[in-house]
Design a protein. Structure first.
Length: 254
């Protein structure tokens, strides 16, 4: 039977000396008497504590979602602690899968959306913070379940499950880093295209600036007396622009 209790009530079930030593601790698993006491923090960093004996299991958690898992845990194998940890691990896998789905959906919209925005950078930063929180949680649980398996080898399956969950989390982090790097590369390509555009515009108007500067000098030039000098300069400028555009398109710079 799984009994929902308070943290202080659970600590009162073990010897006072051990309880006093553990009151300021957050993450540990120990064998005390005929029972096992496990304390940890969930993904959202909220504390939880389980004390299991052959006859009953006392459970406390600050998060209501974890409390519901305690109510519905499968103890059909006669090991309530095993059933409770298995329920928590199964729920953790569901959370990881949902997180993966959010990242995949974000990636699909990222490169087909509005381009570079501060909102995208904020979303990537939020995902990275969330993934680091998950990683810390799974690292804690992996260490605690390893210790638990040392105390009782029947929990080796739970230990193996959290090993896989930690690896899953690490792969998700790597995937998120790849998205960030791809987005930064995408930004670099956009900036290069913008610089190329300004370079083309500058190259087109540079000869025109030379002509304007040449005929803007306060000097009497021979062609000033030619009746077709003005149309000639206009035709020359248009011709330069046309030739420059043709060269740029031929070299695929436009």
């Amino acid at each position: 039977m799984i009994i929902q209790d308070t943290r202080d009530k659970i600590l009162s079930l073990i010897d006072e000396k051990t309880a006093h030593r553990l009151r300021t601790s957050l993450d540990y698993v120990i064998k005390t008497g005929d029972g096992i006491l496990l304390s940890s923090r969930w993904i959202d960093n909220s504390p939880m504590m389980i004390y299991s004996t052959p006859s009953e299991t006392h459970f406390w958690a600050k998060n209501k979602e974890i409390l519901e898992l305690g109510k519905n845990a499968d103890d059909s194998k006669g090991n309530e602690l095993f059933g409770l940890l298995l329920a928590i691990a199964t729920n953790d896998l569901s959370i990881l899968d949902s997180f993966d789905d959010k990242i995949i959906s974000f990636e699909e919209n990222l490169f087909g959306g509005k381009g570079v925005t501060e909102e995208n950078f904020g979303t990537i930063h939020a995902f990275r913070n969330e993934s680091w929180g998950m990683r810390r949680y799974f690292e804690r649980m992996e260490m605690l379940t390893t210790d638990l398996a040392v105390i009782d080898s029947s929990y080796s399956f739970i230990d193996s499950k959290y090993d896989k969950l930690l690896n899953h989390c690490l792969r998700t982090q790597e995937y998120l880093d790849q998205i960030r790097q791809a987005y930064e590369a995408h930004i670099g390509i956009e900036q290069n295209n913008l610089m190329k555009f300004f370079t083309v515009i500058t190259s087109i108007f540079l000869p025109l600036s030379l002509i304007a500067g040449w005929y803007g000098m306060n000097l009497m030039m021979p062609e000033f007396g030619w009746v077709y000098s003005y149309p000639f300069v206009i035709t020359l400028c248009v011709g330069i622009i046309a030739i420059m555009l043709w060269l740029f398109r031929k070299n695929k710079w436009l």
